[in-house]
Design a protein around this ligand. Structure first.
Ligand SMILES: CN1c2c(nc(N)[nH]c2=O)NC[C@@H]1CNc1ccc(C(=O)N[C@@H](CCC(=O)N[C@@H](CCC(=O)N[C@@H](CCC(=O)O)C(=O)O)C(=O)O)C(=O)O)cc1
Ligand SMILES: N[C@@H](CCS)C(=O)O
Ligand SMILES: [Zn+2]
Length: 771
């Protein structure tokens, strides 16, 4: 029996990599300094795993931005618009890599970034490969080779990790019509052959080939592509042992295919999907083969301590059928999605800590599960006893269960999920009550989180400034933002969210049943990280969470200030969620807390309230058969949070990073009076489905991209609004940016909003003339 993990977090325990990369971007350091820090992080990660006793240690799981973008460089799939950069002597391969991730705007270049999208159902984002009809591949980057050599030189039993050619193609996008990306496989396989041959020459024995699509529903051609990939690799390299790694769901839909695949090891995720997965694999043809089964028992997506009793029972089942040598113990997926080290946390109490396990602790769990299933020492057995005790104590803890919260959740009725009147009636009432102009202008909520604002919060947290000083500074910032919004001429204002560290963590910090960490950083995209709160118990709102700031902002202006809340599904999706009750129940508890906040905002005179749900699509299960069930409870949770108010109160929702084609009915069922969406990059094409569906409620299609500092021209925005008018009746159109402005700087924000308001004014004038 062997142990391994599929990947390890690369941000560093204190986000050292983030800081080093941002210093490099800011020209405060050079590539050599950045490479040194990166090498040190890799070394520490490998040594940590080696010291823990992990048998096969992943290499090439490190990345300066994203592992899919690394693969794009590996196979030389650099889109045409960056080709000139590769020939520029002043730019290194790393600079081109960062340009692909972030775009490049200098005196000489103005090149857009590659698209970024969600990595399956996680909060991690990858850079989408772009393919053209005459796409060619050639090995460009030596990253995996160099990192393999580096690991071997440090005495590490290195297991190179590569994204499978099949999954790589499936993750990408055809950028022109007339071909099928899967037909590019042969060319790609040749590059992999060259790279893997080099790894074999250097002494690699096991190679992990990530094939996450095996956990999804696959079409015939997709299955064929996967099959061809593995047949090719195993035929070309008969002496190498390939680990086919799947994760994030069960593989039962593809079991027949899996059993036909060659390879030394199959890795499955046993923390997600159908609970009968293991049994079904053990009963299948798999048992008659010689392949090893790697059991993904230690959760790579959540932070709860592993229940050893349960895991050992599963290991024993596998051992009974396959024998000890054909069973490995592993993390369910890469540990990229969990924080680095629980030991760094100084403020979590001991009881809570005894329930948790971060990446470093998960290494010990993997190793312990192996030793407990083979030759346990006295210390191992003692650790097992402690584990049983911790699991038992968590189950029984009085901190988790609140009868009145459970009771309230269990009495949710259908009437709680509906506004008093249908949208058509509400629209008449709200139009009369709010008296907004045609094409009302607004923003999505956050204004720039400047280094000063963040530093005030840091000082406040450290006790270096008092509550009063901190609040005064934030009040001043809010006041300036209201003044700016009035002066630029926006119709519906926001307070700016300056008091929030993150749109989820902020709520987690104020709700009962949540815990939050000091250093629990998880990479979201590039150098951007989040600290997902931990939902450990029944969720309850003891006090209003946003009321003071909203009411304060409203007191500064006669215009409407939108109340700004994060929705229940997004709070659930972007937190570490308790595993002892259905997600639906936890989501409803959060929805009730948000509902109370919505009602309090209304009582305090706030007329427009936005409940952000950017993660509703991301929460879709990977298998389509489960979509309906999820969408029903997710939409109901949103409606529960939104329906406690009178018809006059206008409820907005906001979604970014979403495609709506296959979920438009659910979006309409949410019945928000106004939905604002990210639209500018798709040049309003996202609206197609809203038009086709005859979406009845109001829509604010984003009219400029907030992910770039670029200020749009007035004409560009006018053109986009006119395009939107082709899809939506003008009485239903709102004008707003794609998303919040927290990652932007003030100068570009001010200019862009000025442009947005001017463009709207031009459109209004045209309408007046035509009337
Ligand atoms: C909309 N998005 C979000 C997602 N998930 C969320 N949970 N939140 C989101 O907003 N998923 C999809 C997208 C992803 N987008 C983003 C966008 C931006 C960020 C981001 O900017 N992250 C920041 C961290 C934000 C934060 O929590 N800041 C804290 C300060 C933390 C800090 O720097 N502390 C210092 C200590 C300072 C000191 O002591 O001097 C430290 O720890 O070293 C705050 O404002 O208080 C980032 O920096 O990455 C993320 C996702
Ligand atoms: N209200 C949030 C939504 C982000 S998706 C913001 O403006 O940042
Ligand atoms: Zn957004």
């Amino acid at each position: 029996m062997k142990s391994h993990v599929l990947g390890y977090p690369r941000v560093g325990a204190k986000r050292e990599l983030k800081k080093a990369i941002e210093n490099y971007w800011g020209k405060n350091s050079n590539q050599e300094a950045l490479e040194l820090i990166a090498a040190e992080i890799r070394k520490q990660n490998w040594k940590k795993q080696q010291n823990a006793g992990i048998d096969f240690i992943p290499v090439n799981d490190f990345s300066f931005y994203d592992q899919v973008l690394d693969t794009t460089l590996l196979v030389g799939a650099v889109p045409e618009r960056y080709q000139a950069l590769l020939n520029n002597q002043n730019l290194s391969e790393l600079d081109v890599y960062f340009a692909m991730a972030r775009g490049l705007q200098t005196e000489d270049y103005d090149i857009t970034a590659m698209e970024m999208t969600k990595w399956f159902d996680t909060n991690y984002h990858y850079i989408v490969p772009e393919f053209v009809k005459n796409q060619t591949f050639k090995n460009l980057s030596k990253k995996v080779i160099n990192e393999y050599k580096e690991a071997v030189a440090l005495g590490i039993n290195a297991k190179p990790v590569l994204i499978s050619p099949a999954s790589y193609l499936l993750l990408g996008k055809e950028k022109e019509a007339g071909f099928d990306k899967l037909d590019l496989l042969d060319g790609l396989l040749e590059v992999y052959k060259q790279v893997i041959a080099e790894l074999e020459n250097l002494g690699a024995t096991y190679i992990q080939i990530d094939e996450p699509f095996l956990a999804l529903n696959l079409k015939d051609k997709e299955q064929f592509t996967i099959q061809k990939t593995h047949q090719f690799l195993n035929k070309e390299f008969p002496n190498l042992k390939f680990i086919t790694a799947t994760y994030f769901d069960d593989v039962l839909d593809n079991l027949e295919l899996i059993n036909q695949l060659p390879g030394a090891v199959l890795h499955i995720d046993l923390t997600r999907g159908d609970e009968t997965q293991l049994l079904k694999i053990l009963q299948s043809e798999f048992k008659n083969q010689s392949k090893v089964l790697s059991l993904g028992l230690v959760d790579g997506r959540n932070i709860w301590k592993n229940d050893f009793t349960k895991s050992i029972a599963q290991i024993n089942k596998a051992k009974e059928v396959l024998g000890t040598d054909r069973v490995w113990v592993a993390s369910s997926s890469s540990l990229l999605h969990v924080p680095v080290d629980l030991e760094s946390e100084e403020k979590l109490d001991d009881e809570l800590k005894s329930w948790l396990s971060f990446a470093a602790q998960k290494l010990d769990e993997v190793v312990l599960l192996k030793t407990l299933s083979t030759h346990p020492t006295h210390a191992d057995l003692l650790a097992f006893e402690n584990n049983k005790k911790d699991i038992q104590e968590r189950r029984a803890s009085g901190r988790i269960h609140k009868f009145h919260v459970k009771n309230r959740e269990s009495f949710i009725e259908d009437k709680d999920l509906h506004r008093n009147s249908a949208f058509a009636t509400r629209k008449i009432i709200q139009t009369k009550a709010l008296q907004l102009p045609l094409y009302p202008t607004t923003t999505i909520g956050s204004f720039p989180q400047t280094p000063e604002v963040r530093s005030w919060r840091a000082k406040h947290k450290k006790g270096l400034i008092s509550n009063q000083e901190y609040n005064t500074l934030l009040e001043q910032e809010t006041k300036e933002s209201i003044e700016f919004q009035e002066q630029v001429g926006l119709d519906v204002l926001v307070h700016g969210e300056f008091e929030r560290n993150d749109m989820v963590e902020y709520f987690g910090e104020q709700l009962e049943g949540f815990a939050f960490t000091q250093f629990g950083w998880v990479q979201s995209y590039g150098t951007r990280c989040v600290k997902p709160p931990i939902i450990f118990g029944d969720v309850e709102r003891l006090n209003p969470m946003t009321l003071e700031w909203t009411v304060f902002a409203q007191s500064l202006t006669n215009k409407y200030v939108k109340g700004m809340l994060t929705g229940p599904v997004t709070i659930l999706q972007w937190s570490f969620v308790r595993d002892d009750q259905p997600r639906k129940t936890t989501c409803n508890q959060i929805a009730l807390a948000i509902r109370d906040e919505v009602v309090d905002l209304e009582k305090a005179g706030i007329k427009i309230i936005q409940i952000d749900e950017p993660a509703i699509r991301e929460g879709l299960p990977l298998k389509q058969a489960q979509w309906n069930d999820y969408l029903t409870w997710a939409v109901n949770a949103f409606k529960l949070s939104a329906s406690g108010v009178n018809d006059e109160t206008q409820i907005h929702t906001h979604m970014c990073y979403s495609e709506f084609n296959d979920i438009i009915k659910a979006i309409a069922d949410m019945d928000a009076d106004v939905i604002t969406i990210e639209c500018s990059r798709s040049q309003m094409e996202l609206l197609d489905v809203f038009a086709e569906f005859n979406y009845p409620n109001e829509i604010g299609p984003g009219v400029y991209d907030i992910h770039s500092p670029r200020v749009p021209s007035t004409q560009e925005v006018v053109d986009l609004i006119e395009k939107a008018e082709k899809y939506i009746p003008k009485e239903n159109i709102w004008i707003n940016p794609d998303c919040g402005l927290k990652t932007r700087k003030w100068p570009e924000t001010k200019k862009a909003l000025e442009v947005m308001v001017n463009a709207t004014q031009q459109i209004r004038e045209k309408v007046e003339v035509s009337c």
